[in-house]
Ligand binder design. Structure first.
Ligand code: PLP
Length: 394
């Protein structure tokens, strides 16, 4: 018998993918511009020039054998040093090349970190709303996934966290700026969270690790401070990805930064290398390791997302929707106008608005709108959003 769990994962698409596939079919039937697809978090702003320029330069100047060959399993040493230096300069951290492990994006950063840390019977906690794949990744690492309910402002509830931690808790996953809420956890929230982790680690006499999932780190609007977690908590693994910041999600490049300040940093880094090996990653893409290093500190034009955010948030609030104001990422989290978010999304679908019900994000009653689309799509969709609200307010 084959692995039934894997068979099930392969057969049942995520709600987001299901909707995206529906959107493609619907566009073929009635026309591209008639369907307002807000399902996927695929960047809509082109990569900054440094991406293509670096690729061209590498092709023109490097030996093909070198460029297309395997790198060290943990990533090219020069690339890892460049990332460590960049992080230290910007966040006052103390990483070295040997704290950094290159991955194929945030998803791999997470699966490797979870496999590196977890044993059978361990528990991993995340805060709702959460990226639905956390459950898949955690269970794939042999651990149990535990979700904490959302708070009213989508920040951290330290009391609930404290109550949820037990002797089996191995790690807590934090995602800020958050997919799907767009919320950035405040410094006070981070301090409250890390205070609980310190207290509970002492109580159980073992480290409870913090895994920070940060693909949206640079996607923040206005004067918003995004705390860098290793400055608050020693037992932190930073899971980063260039997918969103450089608009290169298909190229699959990211890294794990293991905080050298944690007591057993060398062992944890070795376990990260071991998990990468056991999962068969071999090494991250060679060209894109170099591209990432050359483009550190650069991003796609984030002002486009800010413009989209202002436009859709402003309009939907005006039409009577209850929206969470997103300070970062490129998602708007909206309260469904009836209890069942899926039923609400079906009514939206009838107006060609493709919205994602947030049940699988651990947040029933809400929907996610990905505003990483063209500004024109948002403008054209507004009458449909208005009509949908009017249908409920009749
Ligand atoms: N974590 C979160 C919160 C995400 O939103 C995503 C992608 O949308 C990922 C991880 C996976 O990112 P990557 O494409 O870099 O694997």
């Amino acid at each position: 018998m084959i692995n039934k769990k894997m068979e099930q994962l392969g057969k049942v698409r995520s709600v987001i993918r299901e909707l995206f596939e529906y959107g493609k079919k619907r566009k073929a039937e009635i026309g591209e511009d008639k369907v307002f697809d807000f399902s996927l978090g695929n960047p809509s702003v082109p990569a900054p020039d440094c991406v293509n320029e670096t690729i061209k330069e590498l092709l023109d100047t490097q030996s093909p054998l070198d460029l297309h060959g395997y790198t060290s399993a943990q990533g090219d040493a020069g690339v890892r040093k460049a990332i460590a230096d960049y992080l230290n300069e910007n966040h006052g951290s103390a990483f070295t090349a040997d704290s950094i492990y290159m991955t194929v994006g945030a998803a791999a950063s997470l699966t490797i970190s979870l496999n590196a840390l977890c044993n059978e019977g361990d528990e991993v906690i995340a805060f709702a709303p959460f990226f639905p794949e956390y459950r898949v990744f955690t269970e794939g690492a042999g651990a149990t996934f535990k979700a904490l309910p959302p708070t009213e402002d989508f920040q951290i509830d330290p009391v609930a966290l404290s109550a949820a931690i037990n002797k089996n808790t191995k790690a807590v996953i934090l995602n800020s700026p958050n997919n799907p809420s767009g919320v950035v956890i405040t410094e006070a929230g981070v301090k409250a969270l890390t205070d609980v982790l310190k207290e509970k680690s002492a109580e159980y006499g073992k480290p409870i690790y913090l895994i920070t999932d940060e693909p949206y780190r640079e996607l923040v609007y206005g004067d918003v401070f995004v705390p860098f977690l290793t400055n608050y908590y020693d037992n932190t693994l930073v899971c980063y990805s260039f997918s969103k910041s450089l608009s290169i999600p298909g190229e699959r490049i990211g890294y794990i930064a293991v905080n050298p300040k944690m007591g057993n940093a060398g062992d944890v880094y070795a376990a990260v290398c071991g998990a990468g090996r056991a999962l068969g990653y071999v090494c991250a893409p060679s060209i894109f390791q170099r591209v990432a290093a050359a483009c550190l500190g650069q991003t796609a034009d984030v002002s486009v997302y800010k413009h989209n955010r202002d436009l859709i948030y402003g309009a939907l609030c005006e039409y009577g929707y209850t929206c969470v104001k997103p300070d970062g990422a490129f998602y708007l989290f909206v309260k469904a106008m009836e209890e069942d978010a899926s039923a609400f999304c079906e009514k939206a679908k009838a107006k060609e608005l493709l919205l994602v019900p947030a049940d699988s994000f651990g947040c029933p009653g809400y929907v996610r709108i990905s505003y990483c689309v063209s500004t024109k799509q948002i403008e054209d969709s507004l009458p449909a959003f208005k009509a949908l609200a009017e249908e409920y307010n009749k």
